[in-house]
Design a protein around this ligand. Structure first.
Ligand code: B12
Length: 216
């Protein structure tokens, strides 16, 4: 299995969408758990690209290609992740978005996929979403949870703006707010008055379940 995982990581480093997707399908055919495939197969490659970018060893095109390859892999795994969660009951409604000014979608979409495969009804508004649109959807769907992703230190502040907008709209008492993304820390969560966070999509499901009063 480790050889397959190495190839997966390499496909991200190469920014090779076709290989990334083909390896994902191969893993599914071999009966490997899709969540394991993401964390052990593709994530190490993505982390490596991120680290290389951070210290100036690689540039934006590499980042874009790695992101596209990761998206292709997750898209190939998604139907199976959905299928695995199919029989579960609906645990609650989640309005999910990456905040305004931020176009990182992979982590957000992964959180959405795992939440919906765990039994939540997810309304994914996409990336670069204005606070007003998030509040509107939360109102329309009577959401239980609003989940906000931000990958940039410069866009984290938008999470606080959404909380303020929910408050202003009178929705805050009824809606739990979950925030996430690489720069988000427990201190940030406390500072902006959010209800929970997690560093990964699997943890996000646990937090969401806790927030709707569901026990593991
Ligand atoms: C891929 C990528 C891109 C792609 C995104 C493609 C796409 N379609 O999404 C592109 C090329 C577009 C991009 C652009 C930029 N990027 Co970029 N990008 C990355 C990279 C390499 C990976 C991000 C990713 O997808 N990770 C994989 C997913 C699965 O992980 P994740 O996003 O962290 O999500 C997990 C958790 O955070 C959590 N989570 C996420 N959201 C939520 C929400 C909730 C509610 C919860 C509970 C949990 C949760 O669960 C997820 C799943 O496990 C990171 C580096 C890194 N390793 O993180 C840089 C990184 C985030 N980017 C960075 C930068 C600087 C940029 C640019 C500003 C570059 C530029 N100069 O233009 C632009 C910003 C554009 C914009 N306005 O948004 C920096 C941010 C630095 C900072 N602290 O602010 C990073 C950290 C790279 C670095 N080391 O410097 N990027």
């Amino acid at each position: 299995m480790s050889e397959l995982f190495q190839k997966m990581s390499q496909s991200i480093l190469d920014g090779d969408m076709d290989t990334a997707a083909a390896l994902a399908l191969q893993a599914l055919a071999d009966g490997i758990d899709p969540q394991l495939v993401i964390t052990e197969g593709y994530m190490p490659g993505l982390d490596q690209v991120g680290a290389a970018f951070a210290c100036g060893e690689s540039y934006l095109p590499e980042l874009v290609m790695a992101g596209e390859a990761m998206k292709a892999a997750v898209a190939a795994l998604e139907p199976e992740m959905q299928r695995l969660g199919q029989q579960r009951q609906t645990l609650g409604k989640v309005v999910l978005a990456t905040v305004e000014g931020d176009i990182h979608e992979i982590g957000k979409s992964l959180v959405g996929t795992l939440l919906s495969s765990s039994g939540f009804q997810v309304f994914d508004l996409g990336v670069n979403v204005k606070a007003s649109a998030i509040v509107e959807k939360a109102r329309l769907e009577a959401a239980d949870i609003v989940a906000l992703s931000a990958l940039l230190t410069t866009t984290m502040v938008r999470q606080r703006e959404v909380i303020a907008a929910l408050d202003e709209a009178g929705l805050r008492p009824a809606v739990k707010v979950m925030v996430g993304g690489a720069p988000v820390t427990p201190e940030w969560v406390a500072r902006i008055g959010a209800d929970g966070t997690s560093q990964d999509a699997i943890g996000a499901v646990q937090v969401a379940r806790r927030l709707v009063g569901e026990r593991e």
